[in-house]
Design a protein around this ligand. Structure first.
Ligand SMILES: Cc1cc2nc3c(=O)[nH]c(=O)nc-3n(C[C@H](O)[C@H](O)[C@H](O)COP(=O)(O)OP(=O)(O)OC[C@H]3O[C@@H](n4cnc5c(N)ncnc54)[C@H](O)[C@@H]3O)c2cc1C
Length: 270
């Protein structure tokens, strides 16, 4: 690794540096590595890119949190401008687990003419069995990479999402929730909740894991515990892509810590 080429104000620049830190996020960091010839040989060859440093893990292990909304009829007349607390519930889909694998949050009411006032609750699944992958769309770094999220593709993930949705349905029937939450409207009780989850889920925007940290003898890992890219001595990655697993919480605070840690590693690397 000798330096970087970049475009600024319509002009191309080249800079050399003894230490290069790539921090373009879980979508763009693997894209830039692959465009630089660093990544899985098959993916680079597919795009006609010369492999300068084969690293199978680049772009793999994509993880995020899937979100599904369960919408209830309001049990009382609510102002749509109702203020909600930023309460977050952490729970587990199976009593045998030693940690929570989903979180749930309150969503503001909406009023629909002819339907009434609706109150959604949302579930965020905090673990992902089937990880996804980032692929190159072209040889142009400005093009958005192809994202295969893997979200809700593994039957276990779908099962856990449905269990979490059912938990919320049951929770809403207990006091004092039932003063506010009436019948479940969406998904309808007779509907297939797994199909509903798979066809309506959204991303919680917590993309991570696409240049995962791990030991050099693990072919799926990209950086070591000091965030240095395996096999290269002056390239670091410092963003959400290094997380081996997506956090069981929102990702931003962890990314700050990753940035602070790489600053320490760089100063001690000389
Ligand atoms: C809509 C939304 C809401 C979110 N809300 C929350 C929240 O409430 N709480 C929370 O904890 N997390 C939240 N997150 C997640 C959090 O923002 C991310 O986990 C975090 O920002 C990831 O940091 P990062 O450094 O890995 O990537 P990024 O923050 O994406 O930083 C990457 C940077 O690299 C730049 N870049 C990329 N490619 C290039 C290139 N080719 N050339 C030059 N620059 C480039 C980008 O412009 C960007 O500035 C949210 C995310 C989104 C999208």
């Amino acid at each position: 690794m000798e330096g970087v080429r970049y475009e600024k104000d319509g002009r191309l620049h080249t800079d050399t540096a003894g230490q290069v830190v790539l921090a373009a996020g879980a979508y763009r960091t693997p894209q830039l590595l692959m465009l630089s010839g660093i990544g899985p040989a098959a993916e680079l060859e597919r795009m006609g890119i010369e492999v300068t440093h084969g690293l199978e893990g680049v772009g793999g292990n994509f993880q995020d949190h899937a979100v599904v909304h369960v919408t209830f009829e309001a049990a009382m007349d609510l102002e749509v401008a109702w203020t909600l607390s930023r309460l977050r519930l952490m729970a587990r889909t199976s009593p045998g687990m030693d940690h929570g694998d989903f979180s749930a949050s309150l969503r503001p009411p909406t009023r629909i003419e002819g339907v009434g006032t609706l109150l959604p609750l949302s579930v965020q699944l905090l673990e992902q069995e089937a990880s996804g992958r980032i692929r190159l769309p072209s040889l142009d770094a400005r093009d958005f990479p192809v994202v295969e999220t893997g979200l809700l593709e593994d039957p276990k993930d779908v099962e856990r999402m449905v269990a979490a949705m059912e938990f919320l349905r049951d929770l809403a029937r207990t006091a004092p929730m039932r003063e506010f939450y009436g019948a479940v409207r969406n998904p309808a009780p007779h509907e297939d909740w797994a199909t509903f989850a798979r066809s309506t889920y959204d991303s919680y925007h917590h993309a991570s894991g696409t240049c995962r940290m791990g030991p050099a003898d693990d072919p799926a890992s990209v950086v070591d515990q000091r965030l240095r890219v395996h096999g290269l001595d002056n390239l670091w990655v410092a963003d959400a892509s290094i997380m081996p697993e997506v956090t069981h919480a929102n990702t931003n605070a962890t990314v700050y810590v990753i940035g602070e840690r790489v600053a320490e590693f760089l100063s001690s690397a000389g």
